[in-house]
Design a protein around this ligand. Structure first.
Ligand code: ATP
Ligand code: MG
Length: 447
């Protein structure tokens, strides 16, 4: 300020001084002219600063003298700070959007009219929309599921709505993904849509329901039979022979229930237990010995007259790393299936050999009825039986192959099923090289 007054006075004095040459009486006029020149110059500087500011401050003069110079400098500093803040805010916004992009859930932001303002890639894929092209489109024009359209229009978002993803969206295994969509209003009439792919959740839920229904059914059947026999025994006077026959049938049913519960426990144990150790070795020969004992016992029980032609052949003396009880159970299961489903007089061949690539194959071949192609992929499903009545006759619950597959997976092995109706079946377990080692000659001889 003092500088401004000083320059104003200086301009007036200089004007007065210059005018004084023409005569003292012109001194006042000179001072006045000097002041006017100062004012014009001052207004010009103010005007040029204003012009630069109107242009968003581009080309603001660097620090000049006087009030206008300082003003320009301060404004420039303020603008710089504002720019830095805006840049920081933009960076934060980008980080925030990147975080929402990374979310496994879909996010769509709608404006007051229900038009898409922004959506992340997950939502774009799930709804089959284009995040850029469909911007500002009404979402209900793009996702036309009636339940969804009604939900969006209802403004009652206390719960979610479950829809099939639109046909344009990616499909898995022929079914459109199932989406749970929930809207959350914000900032007045704006809305945020959150979507979640619940396909696998629904599948798991359906599987659980089927499983419970199957278990209940499998338990109820023998229970009903048992209850019937108990009632008969209570109400009818039976002779000793009849009583013995009924008791025998009752024992069969209770045995069936016991087997079922044991199989279920085995499955749940398999699901919950740690991976089989890679360094506990079991000799294939020992596993074969038990399989053979069981198979011969089962065969003489099921086909006492004709029996089965059973052969057990080990091509290479090998050890498998894993859990002995599990491996035994898987191998015995396949042999017992072959014996059970092959009529008396048929042949069951069990072999162990090393494949050219070093993997080990345990194979059970039978000359039984064979299995039609459409059943083969479903055999390892829990409770899946081709012929329920026949399987029940032989005491099966349909859990055997599910257990075998589980055990195989835990040991890194593959269960291969080949079969032709009328010719027989071949079930094989192929073990990876990493779980096999040859039995050295010395050990082999000693055992
Ligand atoms: N070797 C085979 N020959 C023909 N059919 C077979 C053979 N092995 C299995 N199956 C069919 O596959 C179905 C499923 O077999 P799985 O071993 O899982 O159950 P199960 O034998 O019925 O009962 P479980 O083994 O639990 O006592 C059987 O019901 C049977 O119909
Ligand atoms: Mg079985």
């Amino acid at each position: 300020m003092p500088f401004r007054i000083a320059t104003f006075l200086l301009a007036s004095f200089v004007g007065a001084g210059l005018a004084a040459f023409a005569g003292w009486r012109f001194a006042w006029l000179g001072a006045w002219l000097g002041a006017v020149v100062w004012l014009v110059l001052d207004a010009w500087r103010a005007q040029s600063l204003l012009k630069v500011l109107r242009n968003d401050g581009v080309g603001l003069p660097s620090r000049g003298a006087g009030l206008w110079g300082e003003l320009a400098e301060r404004i420039r500093k303020l603008l710089r700070d504002r720019e830095k803040l805006a840049q920081q805010a933009e960076e934060r916004l980008q980080e925030f959007l990147a975080a929402i992009q990374a979310s496994p859930n879909g996010v769509v932001l709608l404006d007051e009219q229900g038009r898409i303002e922004w959506c992340n890639e997950t939502a774009a894929t799930q709804f089959g929309i284009d995040a850029e092209r469909d911007l500002l489109q009404h979402l209900s024009n793009l996702v036309r599921d009636p339940a969804f359209v009604a939900y969006l229009a209802s403004w009652n978002y206390s719960r979610d709505v479950v829809i099939d993803a639109p046909a344009k969206a990616s499909q898995h295994r022929g079914h459109p993904p199932r989406l749970s969509v929930q809207v959350h209003p914000y900032a007045g009439n704006r809305r945020m849509l959150l979507t979640r792919d619940i396909t696998s959740l629904e599948q798991a839920e359906a599987m659980r329901r089927d499983f419970v229904a199957n278990v209940s059914h499998e338990i109820r059947t023998p229970l009903t039979v048992l209850a019937g026999f108990v009632e008969t025994l209570q109400n009818l006077p039976l002779d000793a022979e009849e009583r013995a026959r009924y008791l025998n049938l009752m024992s069969q049913q209770s045995h069936r229930m016991e087997t079922l519960v044991n199989d279920l426990l085995t499955l749940s144990r398999l699901e919950g237990s740690a991976a089989p150790p890679p360094n506990r070795w079991i000799r294939v020969r020992a596993l074969f010995a038990q399989c053979e004992d069981e198979a011969r016992g089962l065969s003489s029980r099921l086909a006492p007259q004709h029996g089965h032609r059973l052969t057990f052949d080990i091509e290479a003396d090998t050890e498998i790393a894993g859990v002995a009880t599990e491996l035994q159970s898987a191998m015995s299961n396949l042999v017992s299936n072959a014996v059970r489903y092959t009529p008396g007089g048929g042949e069951v061949k069990v072999t162990w050999r090393l494949l050219p690539d070093g993997r080990g194959e345990y194979a059970v071949r039978d000359t039984g009825p064979g299995i039609a192609d459409e059943h083969i992929p479903r055999l390892t499903e829990r409770f899946y039986r081709i012929d329920r009545s026949r399987s029940r006759e032989t005491g099966g619950t349909g859990l055997g192959l599910a257990i075998v597959k589980h055990i195989a997976q835990r040991h890194g092995a593959e269960l291969r099923i080949e079969s032709k109706v009328g010719e027989g079946s071949r079930f094989a377990l192929v073990f990876p090289v990493t779980r096999l080692r040859a039995v050295s000659a010395a050990v082999g001889a000693a055992v």
